[in-house]
Design a protein around this ligand. Structure first.
Ligand code: 0PR
Length: 389
């Protein structure tokens, strides 16, 4: 800790040295991230709302309305007229809230004290955190040959302690969409809570379907779906942290409500107390700025790049883990071990990630990746192949 205060110039100069070590989305080298450069307007609005606290919403009624409007607007493209929910820090917190609601409802209505949740093997690790925090047993259902949840495995794993089933609309590793319609039927016939984690796909699947894609639906139009996670800070172009949890009924929020007697709101159901209002305002702004057409174009461009890369990889003798359903590609080369390939790509400046099941190089084609970046990436792959084989 410095004893004497530094002046503004010194501080900013010092900071820029740190910032220079960070990667920049604009370089097109970040190929394994679900985040992207936020829209400039969203950044500006974020700074304007830095002092607003949704933890005490009576003081910030305007920001509270913005949060409600974002949740309502997201509900409008997820087939739910009156959603209940919040803007939270991201998919992890949204999934945690959903599991907390499911656990509390099962405890209050069915007296289940040793709850279990069934998630696909492809589920994001946030469910491991949620089950640990909430004292729930995590049961992993198998995947089918397309890396989607195997319905038979879900049925086999249901027992009297099952408090929730989770389906994914856009899996973290491969972007696959689970069969939510079938999960919904199972949820209804067994009277079990169904949560859909659409943290990644929530801001693209509905818009792609608007323009003629035929992706599986995952939303509240299936009566068994009780809640959905959607992250504006992924395909929604909002700045981090912005995740959303939407519930079909208010009773799920009520099941988590604690009293907050000295606050303007008197009760709270979010996990976080003091809660920055900037994500609500900036998400609101970016959604207005994009409109449905903007999100349709964005998602379509990402899919066009995905298809281009997938086709080019096949021509170069790389094998795809599966045909991409959204803008994520998993691939391998038959003669180069995945980790070695990832390391060689990193040495050439490409920051890819690797999926675990199946083991593959994983590319997430977000808005910051353009055609020109992909041709550069393919050129590096060709060089690696020529040197290795
Ligand atoms: N649900 C799904 C389906 C996800 O893919 C993720 C995160 C979450 C929930 C959790 O969301 P938050 O991280 O917002 O809490 N998926 C990315 C991943 O783990 C997050 C990420 C983003 C990782 C950018 C790296 C990165 O550079 O791959």
């Amino acid at each position: 800790m410095n004893k004497e205060p530094l002046n503004e110039k010194e501080i900013l100069e010092e900071l820029s040295k740190y910032k220079d070590k960070d990667l920049d989305y604009d370089d097109g080298r970040i190929l394994g991230s679900m985040c992207t450069k936020p829209d400039p307007l969203a950044k500006e609005v974020f700074c304007d709302f830095l002092d607003s606290n949704l933890g005490d919403p009576g003081l910030f009624k305007g920001t509270q309305t913005l949060e409600e409007e974002v949740i309502a607007d997201i509900g409008s493209f997820l087939s739910l007229e009156k959603p209940y929910g919040n803007i939270v820090t991201g998919g992890t917190e949204a999934n945690l809230m959903a599991m907390r609601a499911a656990r509390n409802i099962a405890r209050d209505e069915k007296n289940i004290t040793k709850g279990e949740i069934i998630v696909p093997k492809s589920a994001h690790f946030s469910f491991k955190k949620a089950s640990d925090i909430l004292g729930l047993k995590l049961v992993e259902a198998d995947l089918d040959e397309n890396y989607k949840i195997a319905i038979d495995s879900v049925k086999e794993n249901i027992n009297e302690n099952t408090i929730a089933i989770v389906g994914i609309a856009g899996t973290t590793e491969l972007g696959m969409i689970d069969p939510i319609e079938e999960l919904s039927e199972i949820a209804i016939s067994n009277d079990i809570y169904l949560h859909v984690d659409a943290a990644f796909g929530g801001f693209s699947i509905p818009f792609l379907n608007n323009i003629g894609y035929k992706l599986p639906n995952f939303d509240f139009s299936y009566n068994g779906v009780s809640s959905i996670t959607v992250d504006p800070h992924k395909m929604g172009l909002a700045p981090i942290p912005s995740g959303c949890i939407l519930f079909r009924e208010k009773k799920y929020l009520n099941a988590m409500t604690v009293e907050a007697p000295y606050l303007t709101s008197k009760e709270q159901s979010t996990i976080v107390g003091t809660r920055l209002g900037a994500p609500a305002a900036s998400t609101w702004a970016v959604m207005k700025y994009m409109g449905e057409t903007g999100y349709e174009e964005l998602a379509n461009e990402c899919m066009i790049n995905t298809q281009f890369l997938a086709d080019a990889l096949k021509k170069e003798d790389f094998e795809l883990a599966c045909e991409p359903e959204l803008n994520i590609i998993g691939f391998n080369h038959p003669k180069i071990p995945t980790d070695e390939l990832a390391k060689m790509l990193e040495d050439k400046g490409w920051m890819v990630s690797t999926s675990s099941y199946p083991k593959a190089i994983r590319i997430v084609l977000m808005a910051h990746i353009s055609h020109i970046h992909l041709t550069g990436f393919l050129a590096s792959l060709r060089e690696i192949k020529a040197d290795y084989i």
